[in-house]
Design a protein around this ligand. Sequence first.
Ligand SMILES: [Zn+2]
Length: 201
Amino acid sequence: MASPGNQMQKYKCPCGKSYFTVNRYHDDKGPFDEHWEMNCNQCKQCYQLSSFLKETDREINEAYLWAPINIFSELAIVECQLHEAQNDALAMARELYLERWILHCCRGQTKRDIWKNLSDDGRREPGFALFDSLVNDLNMGHYLKDYFNYLNLDYILKKLRVRDLRLDGMRSRAADLQRRLEKAQGLMRMEGFASQSEYGR
Ligand SMILES: [Zn+2]
C-alpha cells in the first residue's frame, strides 16, 4: 500500500527529444490524482493536455493524454456548438410545451399516478422511491420543471405527441454535432500520446 504523498516521474515526450512530468498524488488508499506537465518546448507547440473518462472492470477513472492541437481545438469548438444547439432547442421546447408537460403529468390524482405518467409506468428512471424523495425535497412543480431537460426531451415530446418541424430541425442539428463530437473524441484517443516510457534511462 502506498504511503501518502506525491511521486514525480519523467517520461519521453511525443517527439522523443525531451520529456513530460507526471506528479501522482496518493493517500493511504492509493493514488487519487495526477498532474501532467509538458517540459519539451517543441511538443508544447503541438500538443495540449486533455482528459477523458476511462472505464475499467471496477471503476471509471479520468485518463490523460497529449492531444494534437488541431484535434483539441476541433473538440473545443464542437463541444461549444453542441451545448448551444441543445440549449436553444431546450429553451424553445420549454417555452412551447413545459406547461403542457406539467398538465400531462398532473392528470393523476396521487403522487404514484404522477410518477406513472412521468416514468412510462415504471419503465424509465427514476424509480418511485427516488422520485418520492426528490419531490419531497423540491416540491412537485419544481421537480417537473427540472425533469424537462435535454436528456428527457425525446421522451417528453413523444409522450405529448408533439409534431414540430422547427424543433425537430434543431434537435437533428444537435444530434449531428453529438456525432461530430464523438468522432473527434475517438480521434483524440487514437492520435493522442499517452506513452509512458521513462526518460533518461
Ligand atoms: Zn518533444
